[in-house]
Design a protein around this ligand. Structure first.
Ligand SMILES: NC(=O)c1ccc[n+]([C@@H]2O[C@H](COP(=O)([O-])OP(=O)(O)OC[C@H]3O[C@@H](n4cnc5c(N)ncnc54)[C@H](OP(=O)(O)O)[C@@H]3O)[C@@H](O)[C@H]2O)c1
Length: 258
């Protein structure tokens, strides 16, 4: 399979790393066109993919991802359109446009997917929301799914939900990073070495997420299982509530989604 990329910034590079990790594509069959800052060139030295300057190589690609800033997507697709064939699947991971917007530029016969990933795709543990063009044949959809699923879990959603999906799945890793840093700061305050604190916190987050996914238990039930009467955990929960923890998190999603 040949895969093309337009844009190798934060999200593009995370996806490229994930696709290579999963061996969904080998470096010789991965064609990447970067912008003007040299970011793609630096990444190419590390990962060994085919760095391209023109769109010609896209004629041979089964799937092309576009991962540029939202304001550039439709303009770039207009430039690339002559090199995108009817057999190609175009997957845009950029915000700010719809499947129909992309098809208006490329032609309604082009298979378009609008997918919003998050940075854990680089370690194949992403959460991806995807909207498929209405008329997409099942076999084409299955091919797109196969590639996206090599990067993590994929949920098909409506275009109207994709923005909120992107906020929750795409922005929250930063909120979780802050939470992890704060937990580790707390551990350091109590005398635990810094590096050990980060390791403990990250493994705890991974384990808590796995437990929630595997048991499908309500988060409140999982929390109740840790809080013994009069114990230390409920004291910590009370401190979080006193400091408006839930409201802070809900408001973060609301502000990020506005
Ligand atoms: N970051 C996330 O967690 C995340 C999550 C979900 C969706 N997204 C979406 O993904 C898109 C990219 O986000 P990002 O965070 O990766 O931004 P970014 O780091 O700024 O990356 C955008 C890349 O596009 C490149 N580019 C600009 N013009 C180009 C052109 N004509 N041809 C090829 N490449 C070009 C830029 O290259 P130069 O800098 O070299 O010019 C840059 O590396 C955005 O639309 C964003 O909304 C991001």
């Amino acid at each position: 399979m040949n895969i093309g990329f337009i844009g190798a910034g934060h999200m593009g590079s995370a996806m490229i790393e994930g696709l290579l990790n999963a061996k969904t594509v080998v470096p010789e069959n991965l064609f990447v066109k970067g912008g003007s800052s040299g970011t793609a060139e630096v990444l190419q030295k590390k990962l060994g993919f085919q760095l391209i300057k023109e769109y010609d190589a896209f004629k041979e690609c089964n799937i092309i991802f576009i991962a540029t800033g939202a304001n550039l997507v439709l303009e770039i697709l207009k430039e690339a359109a002559p090199f995108i064939s009817e057999e190609t699947i175009l997957i845009s991971v950029a915000t700010g446009h719809t499947v129909e917007d992309a098809q208006a530029v490329l032609g309604s016969n082009i298979h378009v997917v609008h997918a919003i990933p998050n940075t854990p795709v680089s370690v194949n543990a992403g959460m991806i929301g995807a909207v498929f063009a209405k008329e997409m044949p099942d076999a084409v959809k299955a091919e797109a799914m196969h590639v996206l699923e090599s990067l993590g879990k994929v949920e098909e959603v409506s275009e109207s939900l994709l923005g909120t999906f992107g906020t929750v799945a795409g922005c929250s890793p930063a909120f979780v990073d802050i939470f992890m840093e704060a937990l580790a700061d707390g551990a350091v305050l109590e005398g635990m070495p810094r590096n050990l604190s980060y390791e403990v916190v990250a493994q705890m987050m991974l384990g808590s997420a796995k437990l929630a996914i595997k048991t499908k238990k309500h988060p409140g039930e999982l929390k109740d299982g840790v809080t013994s009467p009069g114990g230390s955990t409920i004291k910590g929960v009370t401190a979080l509530e006193k400091n408006g923890f839930r409201y802070a998190v809900i408001d973060a999603i609301k502000q990020a989604n506005s």
